[in-house]
Write a protein that binds this ligand. Structure first.
Ligand code: ADP
Ligand code: ADP
Ligand code: MG
Length: 500
């Protein structure tokens, strides 16, 4: 690309912490930023963090953050020359990437063809097999008849996992232990998938009983340079969604790391990928690993990689999108020290992780060295059910895993979201669990150590709330509200950030 194609103004088609994150880097690069907000987000900081901001109105997501035409229209009217989609929302919609290009704008992400190929679990697995990268044994065929799927499940061997082909965020996924459970599980997975992705195609996979989730960050430019930025381990999950991520993984030896990163590069080279992406792998106890899926966007947990490599992933995304060459070669990149991220959610870990809502009375500040808080809220903001319940990400860096853990734990003492129920104390309990220290981080961590992760002392959040109520002496403060009772499927209602 020519020099005059340098990006001058970026519209960020997202909200919250990631919108702020993208704006920060753009500003550092001397690029103007444009943010979007809805009627209920007038006081959110991402609105004012940019040079300009536009109101998307109100109503369901399809009328706001998922309204492709409205967003492209705003970008054209305000003279933006590029759109950054963040994560979730339109980030993995190939139709959006295509429309952005057709409008003469730069999409900060891979080509629509790459999104199409890798965004679907079924088509990506077929491609991956062609490239000679191992994927989990399973059935990815077109025949969706129940009797056929049952036959295939027997061939794979129970337990099997039914997955929505278009799936994401843990939705449309069911474990099946025997044939008797199959019908109900299939119907449930299809219902959920249709609801969330308007597509009920499923695939079957062998269920790996003690896996770890290891993913490789990749970065490629438009000149055929393909690099990896090492691994992140994201095994600690609830509802198949990550809550703690770290790099390096305590389970990955240098030899395993080189096999995994080699497999990741085989994929990016094989599909001629451009931009940032993540190759998710499942690691089995015997050291074998399988391709799980590829996320063709910036990942929620990218700060962990930034802290161990010293790179700015958003900057690299912008550079690559405007046609620059990657400013480094593979051997320049080193994994230095250890970084851990925890996701702070407005939810109740003692009540099946049900999302909660409320007004944030006060957010604590951390003075602990080498920590970073990526947060989409300020004091006084209201957390509603309209969006994902993630409040912030807290990331720490240390020379060793132990020192990163200690710093994160200290910082968590100070990062308090007064006014609503959060998972902060739960995250602290994870960090202090002996099994975490030993690196026994399998995907069933939360279930396996359920007893050890229960509160041992009076709930600190409750104590804090009592103090807050006293300090603020506010009439309207009624404490944390539980928005769903246990029998409703709160997570299904939160269709939130995935493509609908
Ligand atoms: P994965 O990328 O493995 O699916 P992530 O936890 O990174 O897992 O994200 C799950 C999905 O939910 C992704 O589509 C992500 O973009 C979206 N998501 C998660 N948290 C948020 C958030 N706070 N704001 C917007 N989208 C989110
Ligand atoms: P999503 O798009 O929702 O992120 P993934 O396919 O990435 O879906 O899977 C999410 C999580 O589900 C994984 O991180 C892992 O914990 C679990 N999982 C997925 N596939 C398997 C499998 N075949 N066996 C065991 N666990 C799995
Ligand atoms: Mg995934």
């Amino acid at each position: 690309m020519q020099k005059n194609n340098k990006i001058k103004k970026i519209l960020i088609a997202n909200r919250g912490e990631i919108a702020i994150r993208v704006s920060q880097t753009a500003k550092e690069m001397g690029i103007k930023t444009v943010s979007l907000y809805t009627e209920e987000e007038l006081n959110l900081p991402h609105k004012s963090y940019s040079d300009e901001s536009y109101n998307l109105g109100s109503g369901p997501l399809k009328d706001t953050y998922l309204n492709q035409d409205k967003i492209i229209d705003i970008a054209k009217k305000c003279g933006a020359d590029a759109i950054h989609p963040g994560y979730g929302f339109l980030s993995e919609k190939s139709s959006f990437a295509k429309k952005v290009k057709e409008a003469g704008l730069i999409f900060i992400g891979p080509s629509p063809e790459s999104i199409d190929l890798m965004g679907d679990k079924k088509t990506s697995k077929i491609k991956i097999q062609e490239l000679g990268v191992p994927s989990i044994p399973g059935y990815h065929g077109d025949n969706q008849e129940m009797s056929h799927l049952i036959k295939e499940a027997h061939k794979i061997g129970f337990p099997v996992l039914i997955k929505a082909s278009a799936g994401g965020g843990g939705k449309g996924m069911r474990i099946v232990f025997n044939e008797n459970e199959f019908q109900a599980a299939l119907e449930g997975a299809k219902r959920e998938a249709l609801n969330a992705f308007s597509d009920d195609t499923v695939l079957l996979e062998k269920y790996i009983t003690s896996p770890r989730h290891i993913e490789i960050q990749v970065m490629s430019d438009q000149h055929g340079n393909h690099t990896h930025l090492f691994e992140r381990e994201c095994s600690i999950q609830r509802r198949y969604q990550k809550i703690l991520e770290e790099s390096p993984s305590p389970a990955v030896s240098p030899e395993l790391r080189s096999r995994m990163t080699e497999a990741a590069l085989k994929i990016t080279k094989g599909i001629n990928y451009e931009g940032a992406g993540t190759i998710e792998l499942i690691l089995d106890t015997d050291g074998s690993f399988y391709f799980l899926e590829m996320n063709t966007r910036l990942q929620v947990e990218h700060p962990v990689t930034e802290m161990v490599t010293g790179l700015d992933l958003v900057k690299l995304q912008i550079m690559v999108a405007q046609g620059d060459k990657l400013p480094y070669i593979q051997s320049d990149i080193k994994q230095r020290g250890h970084a851990i991220e925890v996701r702070l959610y407005a939810e109740d870990p003692d009540n099946d992780f049900l999302p909660s809502i409320g007004t944030i009375k006060k957010i604590g500040k951390s003075s602990v060295r080498d920590t970073r808080l990526d947060c989409g809220y300020v004091d006084g903001n209201v957390v509603t059910i309209s969006f994902d319940p993630m409040l912030a990400k807290l990331i720490s860096w240390g020379e060793s895993r132990d020192s990163a853990t200690k710093k994160l734990n200290l910082a968590l003492n100070e990062i308090l979201f007064l006014g609503l129920k959060t998972n902060r104390d739960y995250l602290k309990r994870i960090l202090t669990l002996p099994e975490f220290k030993e690196g026994l981080t399998f995907t069933h961590f939360v279930k396996t150590y359920e007893a050890g992760l229960k509160p041992k002392e009076p709930n600190q959040e409750h104590l804090a709330l009592a103090v807050a109520a006293y300090l603020f002496n506010s009439q309207e403060m009624t404490g944390p509200k539980q928005i769903f009772n246990k029998t409703t499927t709160a997570w299904e209602n939160l269709s939130g950030f995935r493509n609908i």
